[in-house]
Design a protein around this ligand. Sequence first.
Ligand SMILES: Nc1ncnc2c1ncn2[C@@H]1O[C@H](COP(=O)(O)OP(=O)(O)O)[C@@H](O)[C@H]1O
Ligand SMILES: [Mg+2]
Length: 379
Amino acid sequence: MKYKKEPAFINRQTEIAYLRLWTEQRPESILFFYGPKSSGKTTLIQKFLETELTDQGSFCVKHFNLREILIVSYEDFLQRFFVVEDQEENTRTQTRHYDLKLFKLTVEEQRRIKARQLDPFDVMKAEFRELNAKDVKPILIIDELQALDFIYFNSQRELIKELINFFVAMTKESHLCHVLLSSSDGYFIEKLYNDSKLKKTSELFEVDYLPKVDIVYWLNNLEKESNIKEYSLSQDQIEYIWEHFGGSIWEISNLLGKFLTVCQDGKVPDDQMRKLITKYMMQARSYFEEYAGLKRHLQALFAEVHKKSAKGFFKETELGWLVDGGFFTEDKLREELNSLVQKNFFYYDPTLAEYKLQGRCMEIGLEMYLREVHVGNCF
Ligand SMILES: Nc1ncnc2c1ncn2[C@@H]1O[C@H](COP(=O)(O)OP(=O)(O)O)[C@@H](O)[C@H]1O
Ligand SMILES: [Mg+2]
């Protein structure tokens, strides 16, 4: 079936080359992808698997995208990561095909895990050993790792910490398996860093929004990259889009779809383009308005964030005035920032301890919000 618009995949050559090199070296550390929401982490991983790891015989990729599967308990985790081999059927058909993404358990192993006599990590390890012995490189990828937060083995053992410890053992200590983890939640990553053995055993790699040169290339090559034949954009329009969305690929892709509804004679009329883009900005503005409402401490927080982020980012330590002015206690401020990261207002870079607004659109939305409700003038 032909569509009028297809998902693009622009550049990421540096990232792909980095991943290639990573798989060519014996595993020594955990690789951790982080970056703003919708910056293209999942797509990059998928493209890498499709284009680079095509030699099925040399790699065994176990790829779990936890956004696609619901895990709320330890039992769910077992069910989603492991499959029980049916021994009888196995001997009958000999060629039974197992989902290679999952780890294999015998019925007996499953029983012992349930009875807590066997650790599921020992089963994983045995499988990695087996693959190594056959000269197959195992690669374990877990996308949206934060989904495993707050899951307990039992009341003492947190699954996520046990997993990280296991990954450290598999990479740094025994070099048995490549491990790639990914999350958009900078707070979660920082918490993991502070609580577990992740420090000095892993490498953080930022997958950021695309730079201007890539966006300009994409918007000049819509037919080639997105299969859009209905219109092309002028240089002024491309500049305008960059000014309003920066490198936020998902939003730009969405906008390109909207342009299909208003284009005429191979062009997008300027007034229509501006009208559509204004809608995105108004929506971003409304997020702030809706969230803060009449809560003075939140209005003050947004005004202060705007003041401090003129340089492109802000730090918690720059928001002392909110504490001195009685709007927040130190703990409540941290809590609020955390919550705004979870809600995608802000993006937190754990390697720099810096916050940014989640994309150019939110920056403009915040400006509009402060201007329109005159909140900025009150503080
Ligand atoms: N390099 C790229 N070029 C163009 N579009 C991309 C690129 N990477 C991702 N996208 C698009 O951006 C959107 C978000 O990507 P995704 O991989 O889901 O982000 P993340 O996993 O970081 O949240 C998807 O619709 C995807 O098709
Ligand atoms: Mg993703």
